[in-house]
Design a protein around this ligand. Structure first.
Ligand code: SF4
Length: 333
């Protein structure tokens, strides 16, 4: 169902005269890796190597591998440009997935009954069809708004797990949001960032559901308890990611300094991937603050045997922000 755009890939390789390319796909697209590589091998004189490391998002671009392998082009599937990759040109193939708009609109209408206006959001796979969805909803009497793309999310209506600017910059208050896509990850982030009701319209199985308030309350209680526990810590590890789009060394240094001012022993820990087994080997810190992807602490890593907070939660811990100022507002930055 993905648009793999193999002809565009071949054209770009030819235009750039690339002799060696690195192919990077998110985990969900790995089943297509050999098909794409085979096509490149058949249709171009270019050598192709597949990146086998994890790829969590466009923030996780394999630029280091590309430099080590001395490739002429990095072909990154499944995301739009998020971060510059100095020294290696990158071809982004967004891997769009066309959806049946009228079927989706019919399915979603009962869940937004009574709403006058709604904000439309999706991942980059479906952003080209948001306008069509908006027009179909308008015809049924629901004002459907699409926020302008900006910064990390350049396409109109586009959201990432860490960036909901297209939703929050809508010109007027909406009754709620529709997230079009699979899974709950982006929908949960949308609720944390906007504090508004979120409907998930899954175009892959045709199901429409409303994000459960009680689930969000459970999450809020859990996060507040972790902040309270971390407040008692006298030793804290501040995690800094080496991933190009997650590296926040300057922020981490400022945080460590502020913790030091409060007589907390804080040290920076530099790592590629935040994994429970690695963190649990550090027995001295009583808590961690991670400055990488905010979703790692919230819903990305299980099994860390001490509190692990996001940068925003660290600000609450330091007293710079109140919980009420962040949850449902700036919680994801
Ligand atoms: S949510 Fe996390 S993994 Fe996804 S783009 Fe943002 S930083 Fe990267």
């Amino acid at each position: 169902m993905y648009e793999l755009e193999l002809e565009r890939v071949v054209d770009e390789i030819g235009k750039r005269g690339a002799r060696r390319v690195l192919l990077q796909l998110p985990d969900g697209m790995r089943p297509f890796a050999f098909e794409i590589a085979e096509h490149i091998r058949k249709e171009t004189p270019s050598e192709v190597i597949i990146s086998g490391d994890s790829c969590y998002g466009a923030c996780d671009i394999a630029s280091r591998q590309a430099l080590e392998l001395n490739v002429d082009l990095l072909i990154h599937y499944g995301h739009a440009c998020f971060v510059q990759s100095p020294g290696v040109p990158v071809l982004y193939i967004e891997a769009r997935i066309p959806i049946d708009v009228s079927k989706m609109v019919e399915a979603v209408l009962p869940d937004i009954a009574g709403w006058e206006s709604v904000g439309l959001t999706s991942t980059v796979q479906h952003t080209p069809q948001l306008k069509e969805i908006s027009e179909a909803l308008d015809q049924r009497g629901v004002k459907a708004l699409i926020g302008e793309g900006t910064g990390l999310t350049p396409e109109d209506g586009q959201v990432l797990g860490c960036s909901y600017a297209a939703a929050t910059k809508l010109p007027e208050e909406v009754d709620g949001y529709i997230f079009i896509g699979g899974g709950r990850f982006h929908a949960i982030g949308l609720a944390l960032r906007t504090g508004r009701p979120v409907i998930i319209a899954n175009p892959y199985n045709g199901k429409v559901s409303r994000l459960d308030e009680s689930e969000l309350m459970q999450l809020a209680k859990k996060r507040m308890a972790l902040i309270t526990a971390a407040r008692e810590a006298k030793t804290i590890g501040v995690l800094v990611s080496s991933k190009p789009g997650q590296r926040a060394l300057a922020d981490a240094m400022v945080l460590a300094e502020k913790l030091g001012d409060r007589e907390v022993h804080a040290f920076l820990i530099y790592l590629d991937e935040v994994r429970a087994d690695q963190l649990n080997n550090f027995t001295e810190p009583e808590a961690f603050i991670e400055t990488a992807c905010p979703r790692i602490a919230i819903d990305g890593v299980a099994g860390v045997n001490r509190p692990i907070l996001t940068t925003t939660e660290a600000r609450v811990l330091l007293g710079e922000k109140t919980w009420e100022q962040t949850w449902g507002h700036t919680y994801l930055g």
